[in-house]
Design a binder for this molecule. Sequence first.
Ligand code: AMP
Ligand code: ZN
Length: 473
Amino acid sequence: MKLYNSATQKREEFIPKDPSIVKMYTCGPTVYHYAHIGNLRSYIMEDVLEKYLRYAGYNVKRVMNITDVGHLTSDADEGEDKMLKGARREKKTVMEIAKFYTDAFFADCEKLNIKVPDVVEPATNCIDEYIKIIERLMEKGYAYFAGGNVYFDTSKLDKYYIFNDHDEEDLAVGVREGVEEDKNKKNKADFVLWFTKSKFEDQELKWESPWGMGYPGWHIECSGISMKHLGDYLDIHCGGIDNAFPHHTNEIAQSESYLGHKWCNFWFHVHHLNTTSGKMSKSSGEFLTVSLLEEKGYDPIVYRFFCLQSHYRKNLVFSYENLDNAVTAYNKLISRIAALKDEGEIDQSAVKELDGKFRAALDNDLNTSLAVTAVYDVLKYKTNDRTKLYLLGEFDKVLGLNLISAAEKAKNTEAKAEAASSESDPVIDELIAKRAQAKKDKNYAEADRIRDELKAQGIEITDTPQGTTWRKI
Ligand code: AMP
Ligand code: ZN
């Protein structure tokens, strides 16, 4: 498999250090708010990567952290802890906020068919790991104590900037939030490994350390958690492109200085989901969640389908118009699959050819849109339906689009709709027709209003490949 490696800025053959296991690490969410669909784009694409590695025959161990302490409002260690901000907003404790949004994150993942990684580790569980690494960095002269905090000294490195192929905008992340500069730093790029004094007064969670009561910096968490579960080497590290700098750059600096050797071979970065007015971000306040899409009548899997239709290294623009196009395409696809009959003998030569196409697409730097095309190639291919169903089931182990189960459901809904057609109600049918027209006219407010009006009358509507159905609740 060829993958683009952001550390070398080249497409390279992906070869794990130990062929018996791929060691994969993913930066997890900062659980102070709901994940937005931009965050989830990153997790969807990483999920496809993990599943494809397994499909290609690798054994994978994937680890993800949950950031529940130390991620400040600016990625460059300024501002206050995001968790504290969330706790204050909701008048709860940090741990209550962490529990609530961690559960919400995994509920969203489930709806999007994102597999839970083999190990999920909250940052607050591994304080001893961070202290061990920081102590060693101090001993080796890579870290210093100033103004009550411990900093990593970037001037000790021959090469600090690793990823230099991303936008100026991403590089500017450290100054984006316009907060004051930390005077304790010897060099501008130095970063905090352990906080005691800075922004400390109202920090809720703090631990004993050789440098006083305090809490870890965000970057050290990923190095510590990764080494705890995956050892001294990583095959692949994933995250959104905004994490490349400073977060991943700092992870590499501290991990390699601590270990004394190269740490991670491949860096897989997913580009951003943008709205028509710019990057979707939690801090901007204007963001979309999976629940919001559901409230508007969208099946979350359609959002996954929408993401798979474009390459992970291209920015993707979200609009309801684009999502509606994905709904239409997805529903048509499911109808075509629903029409297949489970008949015939598996045609091995067709399997070989079509599966070869699917693999070739994903071997080519995870080209998911070509992998989706391979699904259509199956439907067009001259072979029996059982072979097609078999291949679609196999491909869906990677794509996670519910191709088979949604087709089954569509068949059942169709049968039920036929049985219920005698019960049709002209008033409700007219409202449903008006809502369809409003959606067509992109008048989403009106479409939502009609849905709410029906709900108030005890009618629940569902958008299916065969059109909108309704039932009394
Ligand atoms: P956070 O919860 O803010 O730590 O972010 C979780 C993940 O989402 C990280 O890997 C980010 O790089 C990624 N991310 C943040 N914003 C976006 C976006 N608009 N599009 C895609 N990925 C994003
Ligand atoms: Zn991380």
